[in-house]
Design a protein around this ligand. Sequence first.
Ligand SMILES: [Zn+2]
Ligand SMILES: [Zn+2]
Ligand SMILES: [Zn+2]
Length: 261
Amino acid sequence: MIGGVMTVTILGSGTSTGVPVPGCSCAVCTSEDPQNARTRCSVLLSRGGKNILIDTSTDLRQQVLREKVSHIDAVLYTHTHADHIHGIDDLRSFNMISGQAIPIFGSPETLAVIRRNFGYIFDDELEPGYRPRLETREIDGPFDLFGLTVEPLTLQHGSGVSLGYRVGSFAYLVDCNAVPDETLTRLRNIETLVIDALRFRPHTTHFNIAQALELADRLGARRTFLTHLSHDVDHARHAALLPPGVALAYDGQRIEVDPTG
Ligand SMILES: [Zn+2]
Ligand SMILES: [Zn+2]
Ligand SMILES: [Zn+2]
């Protein structure tokens, strides 16, 4: 479908510390394999000249420079852990070039935390120019964005919640350790899944690799990419052990998906 394809760029495939972990001298952190270098978790959805960013990771600046991103048209937030929001100030560069405010979407709770943590951005008493220009848009169900239907998906993330997002046959599910039944029904007929799979051992707030594989299998996803990876995962060694149709995500990876299916 020429023109209809949506490109998903893995901006960051790493857990909250990034990989290498500062100070760590383990085999993965000292590896020379570029696919073991993981910035904080984020993706860019591109279609028809529009770029939709999911989360503003701590590493946003280096991610958009690396991928030569020229504009950001909207941001979708999953939740407010630091690794997913702390790059927010770098949206300012895109405001300066476009002269436009950027709409940012999230649950009412997420947007309230962002307004509180980054009060200077939303303080109209302050001079413009030294802060991003953002317009908050609360999500309360599926919505249209640049001709795409974006469906928010409630996920369990430890004692809290995060939002996954479905666009057509693609779903992005990060920072979760369980998927409520109501969300499972919204994931029917998914073809491409990018999913949290922190490490091999269990974790209280993230799926481990076995749990992510089980969910991908249950959903019948044709292609699954594991992300939010820690330094327990060695790209070359562990990618070879995954079942058919499953791969480790890596920074800079591009995946083409059908945004209407
Ligand atoms: Zn995270
Ligand atoms: Zn390490
Ligand atoms: Zn989190």
